[in-house]
Design a protein around this ligand. Structure first.
Ligand code: FES
Ligand code: FES
Length: 159
């Protein structure tokens, strides 16, 4: 079994760890760093629960090897806010009741953060299309779409 030492940044903090070369980034975050806010659902790239930001763009951490994140900047839901100081996307979810069980929520928060930075979200159709990579079995999506609509309107059209 081959081990590899990697260094990377997670939520602005630097880490160096020696891990099995085959370790998934999702397992690295959860098991090596204790950042269990990144959830693991399907484990094969379908549900979006494990979404994190890798150098600013959303990525499935269940499909990414930790060694691929060498020298990268990772953002996880833990970096988005605190329980008494929610981030902007988290607050919109709270206000619009965008979650029920919460299992999918960290993935949505991270995917939406990327979407707000990089994609136009001017119509409900665009919002629904943009969210189609994340699955929620509780909410029916209406409240999530409402939250994203408000976030997008605050920011204005995003080119
Ligand atoms: S756990 Fe990664 S996409 Fe479902
Ligand atoms: S809130 Fe339960 S899966 Fe989305």
């Amino acid at each position: 079994m081959s081990d590899k030492t990697i260094s990377l940044s997670v939520n602005g903090l630097s880490y160096t760890r020696t891990i099995e070369a085959r370790m998934l980034l999702s397992d690295f975050l959860r098991q090596e760093l204790g950042l269990t806010g990144t959830h693991v659902g399907c484990e094969h790239g379908v549900c979006g629960a494990c979404t994190i930001l890798l150098d600013g763009r959303s990525a499935r951490s269940c499909l990414t090897l930790a060694v691929q994140a060498e020298d990268c900047e990772i953002e996880t839901v833990e970096g988005q806010g605190e329980i008494d100081r929610l981030g902007r996307v988290q607050e919109a979810f709270r206000q619009h009741h965008g979650l029920q069980c919460g299992f999918c929520t960290p993935g949505f928060i991270m995917a939406i953060t990327d979407l707000l930075r990089h994609h136009p979200l001017e119509t409900d159709e665009q919002i629904r299309e943009a969210l189609s990579g994340n699955i929620c079995r509780c909410t029916g999506y209406e409240h999530i779409v409402n939250a994203v609509r408000e976030l997008a309107s605050e920011r204005g059209p995003l080119a």
